[in-house]
Design a protein around this ligand. Structure first.
Ligand code: GDP
Length: 365
């Protein structure tokens, strides 16, 4: 499954946030925790549609879909030169699919800042530079050899060389790979490199508990938002400290607490939703009296592969999918009514799954 890596300088609130994530995840039933690595936190994806389906089917069990965060602590200035086990942490980032970049926007005299002052843009640029330098090293390791092969008219090498040249130029200006315009072939040629700066980024502005209700009054948050806009990235404002408090509350207590703070969703829930979006993920549901369950798929996935997310047998023996959209089901009031209204569709192996599809897969065993 896809995962988002939490990165940031020391003392910005990463561990506090990650603890909130694991705490929230620990309340989830039905998860084989023993197989999870210590730096991986799994949370359930909040989805109001699941509540509605619950009211309709009264199932014995309701199972939300999950989302994974990976804690990548220890990035410091100089990491790309191996400073503070830097290379190891950078290698960990290579394995994730998106980056949640935590930035300190809270003042607290008792908590030292690595560079001695609160300056979120400087922090962002420090980390981003390490990522660029690390990518640059990857390019430098490879570019001469590919250049030689390209001269010998090797077709694949010509494409790769052209891509690496464009990237090198961008890296020399401190620009991330995701800002470089590449052809489809070039994109494909550089995919195996897993360039750090080619991954989508979400900036997580960690504010003080007093600022979460009106974050725009915080000039640090404003600065991060402006930076992100230029970067083509998104921002989520949270208070890691509050998230760790929220994570200890159950459903109803949590709602009361959020209301007191003037929030309609916890920062963690907003972070999950935006990360899900950033990774191009969507949800389909299976629903019956026994169980209502949400499943995550990547946008563009076809029905047999979506079935394979439940079980490989479902994909192998796929016959068809019976589908009703969430909207149609809610309008009709029940599956039977939706069927009567002609809203239950039979879809074949080329059907592209849509967010909110309620599915019954038919398959041969
Ligand atoms: P990390 O090094 O990035 O993992 O940072 P930590 O999560 O360990 O946080 C560093 C310090 O900042 C800890 O003492 C936290 O309690 C504190 N901290 C984290 N988030 C907040 C916050 O939202 N407000 C305040 N005042 N302190 C925070």
């Amino acid at each position: 499954s896809l995962t988002t890596g939490i990165v940031g300088l020391p003392n910005v609130g990463k561990s506090t946030l990650f603890n909130a994530i694991t705490q929230a995840g620990a309340e989830m039933a039905n998860y084989p925790f023993c197989t999870i690595e210590p730096n991986v936190g799994i949370v359930s994806v909040p989805d109001v549609r699941l509540n509605k389906l619950n009211e309709m089917y009264h199932p014995k069990k309701t199972i939300p879909t999950t989302f994974e965060f990976t804690d990548i602590a220890g990035l410091v200035k100089g990491a790309s030169k191996g400073e503070g086990l830097g290379n190891q942490f950078l290698a960990n980032i290579r394995q994730v699919d998106a980056i949640s970049h935590v930035v300190r926007c809270f003042e607290d005299k008792n908590i030292t800042h690595v560079s001695g002052k609160i300056d979120p843009i400087d922090d962002i640029e420090t980390i981003n530079l390490e990522l660029v330098l690390s990518d640059m090293e990857q390019v430098n390791k490879r570019i001469d050899r590919v250049g030689k092969l390209a001269k010998q008219k090797d077709k694949a090498s010509i494409v790769e060389f052209s891509a690496l040249q464009k990237l090198k130029e961008a890296f020399e200006e401190g620009k991330p790979a995701r800002h470089v315009a590449l052809t489809e072939d070039e994109e494909a040629a550089i995919k195996p490199f897993n360039f750090l700066t080619n991954k989508p980024v979400l900036y997580v502005a960690n504010t003080s508990e007093d600022d979460v209700a009106a974050p725009d009054d915080n000039p640090y948050v404003q600065a991060v938002k402006e930076f992100a806009e230029k970067d083509g990235s998104e921002v989520v404002v949270i208070s890691a400290r509050i998230e760790s408090e929220i994570a200890e509350l159950d459903g109803e207590e949590k709602e009361v607490f959020l209301e007191e703070l003037g929030l309609d969703a916890s920062g963690l829930d907003r972070l999950i939703a935006k990360s899900y979006d950033l990774l191009g993920l969507a949800t389909y549901f299976t629903a019956g009296e026994k169980e209502v369950r949400a499943w995550t798929f990547s946008k563009g996935t076809k029905a047999p592969q979506a079935a394979g997310i439940i079980h490989s047998d479902f994909e192998r023996g796929f016959i068809r999918a019976e589908i009703v959209s969430y909207e149609d089901l809610i309008l009709a009031g029940s599956e039977a009514a939706a069927k009567e209204m002609g809203r239950l569709r039979l879809e074949g192996k080329d059907y592209v799954m849509q967010d909110g599809d309620i599915v019954n897969f038919r398959f041969n065993v």
